[in-house]
Design a protein around this ligand. Structure first.
Ligand code: 4AD
Ligand code: MG
Length: 476
């Protein structure tokens, strides 16, 4: 039985076995108190060892980090904050943890230090709470789509296309990197490669998702995506998980409605199902914020912030309207933006955060971006200058979702692929969907870790994925 379940039982002195890792051991004159955790809950269970029940030798092996099985009686606890505890009859030590060497001592460790021991950090309260919230959010995502008639489509990890056209791909090859076979012109001969062509890890499942939507109407992907962008920020990973719904017959406004309803559902699900973990993370955040300047401290607690998002409508406006707001802002007039504002720029995170955190103080959906700063597949607006793009911006995060209505007109799409230099032969299959039964459709991508970041109140994306991959780090 897991500790979470045991903690909810009525204590009737029934015999019980508890298995888990020792968090702390406290010894007083005639009793020892052992706090045990098995990761099923943020709460530990206390095992009380009376003098003489367990040999001195065994008790000595019970140290922070060791793994044990305790057999005993479940009794009402005298202590505060717990209803039950275990009166120990015997202890079996599965694995010891030398206190001289075990890195996780019962004290506060810095997040930077914990990143260096990613193999052990799930045993801390903070990381186990994050991993449980991460799990709940993944479950919420599948639940939402299943409840709303979507089908889970598995798109390939290895592909020959660059969905975003940004050239940020990790190559996949079996060729000898030092002496690759060469063509007569002296170029690498990819015909000799495993797939007979150049391939890479996917940057997005969208293009294949669109093929699915043109058959099943409502599909979503949820898989790992890879970007070789050299962004060493608190918001970027080289390997992250993305959720990409794609819906036939949806236009931009339906896409916005879906994005808003979906994110609200997921956040509400976490609030309803991870109350203890979110309460723990909220306390952690309050402690962390004490070290910040007053003006940088958040006015709302973590759960208030989450409820604020689930209970308020997102602000919707066009890119052009957003640029006007930025141009009229004090920050712009006082030269406070590092990147200057003018129509046509790719908004930087300082601009996005100004709009969300200072101006609207709530999530914002920006639409109709200039076509030149967006991907080739977005539907051109009537003005010929903007496309039906949408980005959802969240407080403290910036862009959490990027999406669009897709270009469904064959001639216009072909024209765009030519303009951005995509070879027709490389995505003939994508273009064909616009020749055979094309339909209006729209979709978006939600960065899973950015959602987990928001819900857990953590500030670095490396702390919300079990094994982060960032430039120069892939130790675990
Ligand atoms: O805006 P992006 O690049 O959009 C796409 O990939 C589209 N194909 C999505 C679609 O329309 N189906 O990425 C979508 C989201 C971003 O809003 C962000 O949340 C996340 O993916 N993201 C990253 N998360 C972590 N690390 C990175 N390097 C990320 N790049 C994008
Ligand atoms: Mg984007």
């Amino acid at each position: 039985m897991q500790i979470k379940e045991i903690l909810g039982l009525t204590p009737t002195q029934q015999s019980i076995v508890v298995k888990g890792w020792v968090r702390t051991k406290r010894v007083s004159s005639s009793v020892a108190f052992i706090a045990i955790n098995d990761g099923s809950t943020i709460h530990n269970i206390q095992a009380v060892v009376s003098e003489g029940t367990v040999s001195e030798e065994t008790l000595k092996l019970v140290t922070t980090g060791s793994c044990i099985a305790v057999t005993g009686k479940l009794i009402a606890s005298q202590g505060q904050g717990q209803n039950v505890e275990v009166e120990v009859v015997s202890i079996e030590v599965y694995g010891t943890a030398d206190p001289e060497k075990y890195p996780l001592q019962p004290k506060k460790h810095s997040l930077e230090f914990l990143r260096e021991i990613a193999h052990l950090r799930p045993r801390t309260n903070t990381f186990s709470a994050i991993l449980r919230v991460r799990h709940a959010l993944a479950y919420a995502i599948h639940t939402y789509f299943n409840n709303n008639g979507f089908f889970y489509l598995h798109t390939p990890i290895i592909t020959g296309s660059d969905a975003e056209g940004a050239g940020e791909m990790f190559r996949v090859t079996t060729l000898d990197p030092i002496n690759p076979p060469l063509t007569e012109e002296g170029k690498v001969d990819y015909k000799e490669d495993f797939f007979g062509k150049e391939t890479n890890l996917t940057v997005s499942g969208q293009l294949e998702g669109e093929l699915g939507a043109m058959a099943l109407s409502k599909v979503y992907t949820f898989g790992p995506t890879f970007r070789a962008e050299n962004s060493n920020t608190t918001r970027h990973l080289a390997e992250f998980w993305m959720i990409e719904p794609e819906v036939a017959f949806n236009e931009l406004v339906d896409n916005m409605d879906l994005a808003e309803d979906f994110t609200k559902f997921c956040i509400k699900y976490a609030l309803d199902h991870c109350a203890d973990d979110i309460a723990f993370l909220e306390k952690r955040l309050i402690e962390e914020e004490k070290n910040k300047k007053k003006e940088e401290q958040s006015e709302l607690s973590l759960s208030e912030k989450l409820r604020f998002v689930t209970e308020n409508e997102f602000e919707r406006l066009t890119y052009t309207e957003a640029i006007d707001i930025l141009l009229n802002s004090k920050a712009h007039k006082n030269g406070k933006f590092v990147y200057p504002v003018e129509w046509g720029i790719d908004l930087q995170s300082e601009h996005e955060r100004y709009l969300v955190e200072k101006h609207f103080k709530k999530p914002v959906i920006l639409t109709n971006y200039p076509k030149d700063i967006k991907a080739f597949y977005m539907k051109l607006d009537e003005d010929g200058k903007t496309v039906r793009a949408m980005d959802v911006l969240f407080p403290g995060i910036g862009e959490i979702i990027g999406g669009s209505q897709r270009e469904d007109d064959y001639a216009k799409l072909l024209q765009r692929t030519k303009e951005v230099g995509i070879e027709e032969e490389s995505i003939w299959w994508y273009l064909e969907t616009r020749q055979f039964g094309s339909a209006p459709h729209a979709g978006f991508g939600l960065g899973f870790e950015r959602l987990v970041l928001f819900v857990t109140g953590m500030s670095n994306i490396r702390d919300v994925i079990p094994f982060p991959r960032t430039p120069k780090t892939a130790e675990f």
